[in-house]
Design a protein around this ligand. Structure first.
Ligand code: VGL
Ligand code: ZN
Length: 198
């Protein structure tokens, strides 16, 4: 059975020095590059937000980074502005072996809604098209790595399991934001959803 490696948001803004840096985020670039050859397909996601994106604290009156607000589609954490379309922070980490990718899927490009998952925006309804791409290629097994473990990796892997893919997260090649216990909560939720934690 074909297996794809899904590399989540290995972008400069999520690495040390970036706008929404994940501690040690750059440490997983080398391990991810090394495992690419073990898969039948490599797919990269790229967080890709317009400057007026509703997930940015600065676009809300009095909005504080890392506070949670209610959006029409549910709760949403407000983030520092990050991965703004066309800026250097939205670029992939310069050492990531992007030439090996078959597909780059961008997400979060609609101003009014965030998209953590590679499959659906945060309303859990608006598809990115990735599921159809994978099914068309006959890929039923997925391994997830990248940033951030407790947000975009977790949401992607849980959606994959719900969509019927065999999903695993290779935890050694992930790093977390870990807001108020969010990593432990995400690991529990992933197990509940049937995601294997390798
Ligand atoms: C992410 C917060 C905001 C992620 C993306 O890649 O996990 N987290 N945008
Ligand atoms: Zn984002």
């Amino acid at each position: 059975m074909s297996e794809a490696l899904i590399v989540i948001d290995m972008q400069k803004d999520f690495c040390p020095g970036g706008a929404l840096a994940v501690t040690d985020g750059d440490a997983v670039v080398g391990p991810i590059n090394a495992m690419m050859a073990d898969f039948d397909a490599v797919i990269l996601t790229q967080d890709w937000h317009p400057a007026d994106h509703a997930s940015f604290a600065g676009n809300h009156a009095g909005g504080q980074p890392f506070a949670t607000v209610q959006m029409p589609y549910g709760p949403q954490v407000l983030w520092p502005a990050h991965c703004v379309i066309g800026t250097g922070g939205a670029d992939f980490h310069p050492d990531l072996d992007i030439d090996r990718a078959d597909l780059v899927i961008r997400k979060g490009f609609r101003s009014r809604i965030d998209s953590y998952s590679a499959f659906y925006e945060n309303d859990h309804q608006t598809p990115t098209g990735l599921a159809g791409y994978l099914r068309d290629r006959g890929i039923a097994k997925l391994a997830f790595v990248g940033l951030a473990h407790d947000f975009c990796v977790a949401w992607s892997a849980m959606d994959a399991a719900r969509l019927g893919f065999e999903a695993r997260v290779i935890e050694a090649a992930c790093r977390a934001i870990d807001l108020d216990g969010s990593l432990a909560a995400a690991r529990d939720a992933m197990r509940q959803a049937g995601v294997a934690l390798d």
